[in-house]
Design a protein around this ligand. Sequence first.
Ligand code: SF4
Ligand code: ZN
Length: 320
Amino acid sequence: MLRCSLCGRQAAYNRRYAGVLLCDRCLVKSVERKFRRSVAEHSLISPSEKIAVAVSGGKDSVSCMHMLADYCGKKNCELVAITVDEGVKGYRGESVRIARENTELLGVPHFVVSFKQAFGVTLDEMVRIAEKKKTGFGPCTYCGVMRRSLLNQAARELGAQKLATAHNLDDEVQTIMLNYIRADFSRLYRLGPAYPAREGFVPRIKPLREVPEKEMALYALLKKINVHLGVCPYAGGIHSEIRDFINRLEENHTNSKFMMLRMFDRMKPQLLGAVPEFDMKKCERCGEPTSSESCKACELLEGLGFAKSVDLKLIPPAHF
Ligand code: SF4
Ligand code: ZN
C-alpha cells in the first residue's frame, strides 16, 4: 500500500510536482492551506470586508465559495455570491441551479444576473447573429467580455470591496500563455493574484491561483460538494489547444505549470513602466469604466445591432 508522505495513511494522490503522496485528508487540508496562504501573502481580504464571489456552479467556483464562506465566517467578513446566466441552452440552467443549492446550504445571499435581462440578448443569440454578420468574434469573446462587465457591475452595486474569482493554477498559466501568443501586453500585465482598484472597478482577487485544476476537482470530490460537471458547448478553439499543450508539458516535465507562473510573477515587476498608464474614462454609451471612448461590451453589442442596457436587475434566487 502506498502511504501518505505526511501522515502515513493510505495515499490517494500523487503530487508529482512536490514529490509527495497525499491521503484524502492531507490533500483537502493542503488545498485549504494554499487558499489561506494566498489570501495572507497577497493581503487579498481584510477583516470586515464585503466579498462578492463569482459562482458558475462548476467545481472551482463552488469550492472557492465553500472556502470563502469558512474564511469570511472567521474574519467577520460578509460574503455574497453572483452568478451570471449567459443563456446557453442545455448548459447554464443546471449550473445556476447547483450554484443556488450551494449558496442555500452555506447561507450565502445569491444574486443572478443574466445576459438576456442586461443586454436583451442571450449568448446563444449573440453567437447566431455573430455568425450571420461574420463579425469574426467567437462565443468566448462575447461571453468573457460581457460576463466580466456584468460581474463588475453586480459586485459594485452590491457594495462589495472585492470580487473573488476561482481561477486555478491551470487557468492562470493558460491565460499567461494566451496573452503571449496574442502579444497582448496590457492584459498580460494585469494578471496576478489581485487586480488593483481603479475607478469604477471592484478589485478582483484570485485565492486559488496556486492550486492545480486536478486538485480542485479532487477537493470537490473528497468534500462531497455538489458541483456541475457539464462542459460548455462552445468550449474549444485556442483555449483548448493551449490547455492540452500545457498539460502535455506538465506530464513530460513535472512542475512546468508552477515554473511558468513563478517566472511570470518574477518578470511582472520588470514590466512596470513599460506599459503606458492610461486614465480611466466613462463609456460614452453605458457609463461603465473603460480606457477608450466606449467599453468593449458596448462595442461588441453594437457590432451585433444591440445597445447595452444599464439596468442590471440583480435577481435574488427567490425570484429566479
Ligand atoms: Fe463562455 Fe467560452 Fe467558457 Fe463557454 S467556454 S462559458 S462560451 S468562455
Ligand atoms: Zn459601455
